[in-house]
Design a protein. Structure first.
Length: 270
């Protein structure tokens, strides 16, 4: 027959059981307390990843034209055009940059650019990438116009004058973009917009936009420029290169006829 001592747990056994139960409850409470923190951490990580993904998409889809516009608006000074003798643009640029340092007018004259673009020419049956001047005989200068900066530019060897009817005339942002932004970037941006409109890939749209069109042209024929910084301007054909599918046209720029080489697909007969 059992005694009362056998039926009732000893104080030591009861204390151990209570401590074990307390540990279990504490662990459970700790897990429950950590759960919201883990959930919040997970949500934060997802938010960061989503934000990074948006940033990557924005970088990929950024319009180079709009990016260049923002850059131009942030820069000090205005853009002016000076003319020189064709073929001496780079020499005049170097002369002007030297004068800026020697005359200490760097606070007024910020940048000198000979607009050019990289094109592929066929020479001896082999494609070759070359830099071609966009505005033969012209140079762009970003500057704050005053007596000191005007004199430094105007008296540079090789400079024949500023472009402007009644003195130097600053270019608009749109005009600067036409001369400074590589045409490949412009075509890519246009292709991206066209692709988004019809739901096709940018690569396919760009390839379609770059296809050359066979057209018969004759020297002396009048055409309209359809692409590049001289788009919509009338021109007269001076040379035709059927092998390279290019024409050289004379375009009136700032009152002077300037030779410009264009692809067959960049001009249209009147």
């Amino acid at each position: 027959m059992s005694t009362p001592e056998n039926e009732i747990e000893s104080p030591e056994t009861g204390d151990a059981t209570a401590e074990a139960a307390a540990d279990v409850v504490a662990e459970s409470a700790s897990v429950d307390a950590d759960a919201p923190e883990a959930a919040e951490l997970g949500e934060a990580e997802v938010a960061v990843e989503a934000e990074e993904a948006v940033e990557v998409v924005d970088e990929v889809e950024e319009d180079p034209i709009e990016a260049k516009k923002r850059e131009l608006r942030r820069q000090p000074g205005d853009w002016y055009v000076i003319h020189s003798y064709a073929g001496y643009e780079n020499k005049v640029k170097a002369n002007l940059e030297t004068r800026v340092q020697n005359l200490d007018v760097g606070d007024f004259i910020f940048e000198v650019v000979v607009p050019s673009e990289e094109v592929t020419e066929i020479k001896n049956g082999q494609p070759k990438k070359v830099n071609r001047k966009v505005l033969p005989g012209y140079i762009l200068v970003r500057m704050e116009l005053n007596d000191a900066s005007w004199g430094a530019v105007r008296n540079t060897p090789g400079v024949t004058g500023f472009v402007g009817t009644n003195g130097p005339t600053a270019l608009s942002i749109k005009e600067v973009l036409q001369f400074l932004l590589p045409r490949a970037e412009v075509r890519k941006a246009a292709a991206a917009k066209a692709a988004a409109a019809v739901g096709e890939s940018v690569e396919a749209a760009a390839a379609a936009a770059s296809n050359l069109v066979e057209v018969d042209f004759e020297v002396g024929e009048s055409v309209t420029v359809m692409d590049g910084p001289f788009a919509t301007l009338p021109a007269s054909i001076s040379e035709v290169n059927t092998e390279q599918r290019k024409v050289k046209v004379l375009v009136s720029i700032f009152g002077r006829e300037t030779p410009v080489e264009l692809g067959f697909n960049q001009v249209e007969k009147l």
